[in-house]
Write a protein that binds this ligand. Structure first.
Ligand code: SF4
Length: 141
């Protein structure tokens, strides 16, 4: 019998829009060719692709770029307020945060992230187990 997941009773999460998950240490925001095409269309380009300042190749994959200060290239800041300039077409990686397999591997992994990176975790509305698992396993949108 499969072992019960530690989050079987659901988890609280409500984004506070602090922007921490879109900034900080260097990392990758993976985008598929289909997602790149959607972002390109959203930006009004007619070539279905993105400029070098927005997209880089990493091996066989593509990642959005970052600004020098570590912010995602599409993160916007206006005083205290942060936003995403491609929010309606943001990649799956951004859509499914924080319900990633690595974040859910243990309660301590989840709580550590909640305390060190994402103040929205363990706050706000409860997401039930089915919702969490659908999000965790989602691969296309
Ligand atoms: S770190 Fe968490 S609370 Fe902050 S913007 Fe990202 S998801 Fe929202």
């Amino acid at each position: 019998m499969a072992k019960e997941k530690w989050y079987k009773d659901g988890l609280k999460f409500a984004c506070t829009q602090c922007g921490n998950c879109c900034s900080g240490d260097p990392g990758y925001v993976w985008a598929t060719k289909d997602e790149i095409r959607k972002i390109s269309e959203f930006l009004g380009r007619d070539d279905g692709w993105l400029a070098k300042k927005h997209l880089r190749r990493v091996g066989l994959r593509y990642s959005l770029t970052e600004k020098k200060d570590g912010d995602c290239i599409f993160l916007t800041r206006d005083g205290e307020s942060v936003g995403c300039s491609i929010y309606p077409v943001r990649p799956m990686q951004c859509r499914t945060w924080p319900f990633w397999t690595e974040n859910l591997k243990s309660k301590s992994a989840w709580d550590t992230l909640s305390e060190t990176l994402c103040p929205g975790m363990n706050q706000g509305n409860k997401h039930d187990f089915v919702q969490i698992e659908l999000t965790r396993k989602q691969r296309t949108w």
